[in-house]
Design a protein around this ligand. Structure first.
Ligand code: NAD
Length: 364
């Protein structure tokens, strides 16, 4: 049976890095027992230019129907002036919202060949492999009220509301425990229960879900500020970190920088599993943006996009073996000294976006 993929290359370097991921998708269909049908559509500024919206209803329908969506990146200075609700990022937010993507997975893996590029000492990050599971659709970014009011005397008051319901914490902790089972079997839950009621509930619900269903997984709790410190002090102590939307935003960026360039970092966003079909809505995208400063010049690093497809293989298509082969191929190419401009170092050989894609295919 063929699996369906929707490719949304987007703007800037999005189409360049997606072209390399597409070659990998086609390689899978030719060289493995996994077969993909590919559709492609517009998102972000590209969709705005064509349709006046950041994602068309037709593209949304394709995303709803696909087994997984691969997205490049959206945005750029060209669209800085467009109305707020059709700005490029709105397309991404619509996808996340309408696909119900509540779990954001951000792995931080250190490829041995790049261990020297980290701002931390090599022995602290050599062999690093952690996964941050961030709640993506709740918390303070969405809670109401969210407003700035005039309170007189030249003063204003700004309010954001951090709010979580039990079900939101239950479902994100289930994702973290399930993932940990397939990894080193350790989850660290991070909140601030010492000063926040949402932290108290978070701690309570994660602990209960653990006791009831996942006692085989080791669970620790760490306050979010301490978690930030521990991530730079001794990141290898962690396996899976589960946390809310706000802390996850910050902690995942810290974890990202442990391993060097933005051009290396993949991500996945997952929704609920449909009980009838067993299918889970999912969108895979690099962490980086559209990098308008280097777009169209063959300078973009395609590894984050290619590794995002590897995540799709692992989490949407139960093909961890093929994902592992792709990750090993990336590692091999880096060991051979090939580098795109963003990760270039002395003694290495600088290659273009397409050459990096070719080298990964050759290594496969
Ligand atoms: P960016 O991630 O696009 O770029 C930051 C820096 O990293 C730039 O110097 C860029 O050249 C470099 N870089 C990023 N990806 C790279 C890659 N694959 N290979 C080599 N170098 C890479 O962030 P920005 O400059 O703050 O934002 C540019 C645009 O992207 C903005 O319009 C922003 O809104 C948008 N953006 C989109 C997403 C997304 O689509 N998910 C995420 C972040 C930013």
């Amino acid at each position: 049976m063929a699996h369906s993929l929707l490719l949304l290359p987007g703007d800037g370097i999005g189409p360049e890095v997606m072209a390399e991921a597409r070659r990998l998708v086609e390689w899978c269909t030719e060289a493995t027992n996994l077969h993909f049908t590919i559709e492609e559509d517009l998102v972000g500024g590209a969709a705005y230019d064509a349709h006046g919206v950041s994602i068309s209803d037709q593209a949304m329908a394709k995303a709803q129907a696909a087994d997984a969506v691969l997205l490049g990146a959206v945005g750029g200075p060209k669209w800085d002036g467009v109305e707020y609700d059709v700005r490029p990022e709105a397309g991404l937010l619509r996808l996340r919202k309408e696909l119900g993507l509540f779990a954001n997975l951000r792995p931080a893996i250190c490829y041995p060949a790049l261990a020297d590029a980290s701002s931390l000492k090599k022995d602290l990050i050599d062999g690093l492999d952690i996964l941050i599971v961030r709640e993506l659709t709740g918390g303070v970014y969405f809670g109401e009220p969210k407003e700035i009011t005039d309170i007189g005397n030249g003063q204003k008051r700004a309010v954001d509301t951090q709010v979580y319901d039990t079900y939101e914490i239950e479902r994100i902790s289930r994702v973290a425990f399930e993932l940990a089972r397939a990894r080193a079997g350790r989850v660290c839950s991070s909140e601030k229960r010492n000063v926040m009621k949402t932290g108290v509930l978070w701690h309570e619900v994660v602990s209960r879900v653990h006791a009831e269903h996942y006692a085989d997984v080791a669970l620790d709790h760490v306050l979010a500020d301490n978690c930030a410190m521990q991530l730079v002090r001794n990141p290898k102590q962690f396996d899976v970190i589960v946390t809310d939307n706000l802390f996850g935003d910050v902690l995942s960026d810290i974890a990202a920088m442990l391993t060097g360039s933005l051009g290396m970092l993949p991500s996945a966003s997952l929704g609920e599993t449909d009980e009838k079909t067993g299918r889970r809505r999912a969108l895979y995208e690099p962490v980086h943006g559209s990098a308008p400063d280097i777009a169209g010049r063959g300078l973009a690093n395609p590894i984050a996009m290619v590794a995002s497809f590897a995540m799709a293989l692992r989490y949407s298509f139960d093909a961890g073996d093929i994902a592992g082969r792709i990750e090993t191929a990336i590692s091999r190419v880096l060991d051979d000294g090939l580098r795109t401009a963003d990760i270039m170092e002395q003694g290495a050989r600088q290659v273009s976006t397409a050459d990096m894609g070719t080298a990964i295919l050759d290594a496969l």
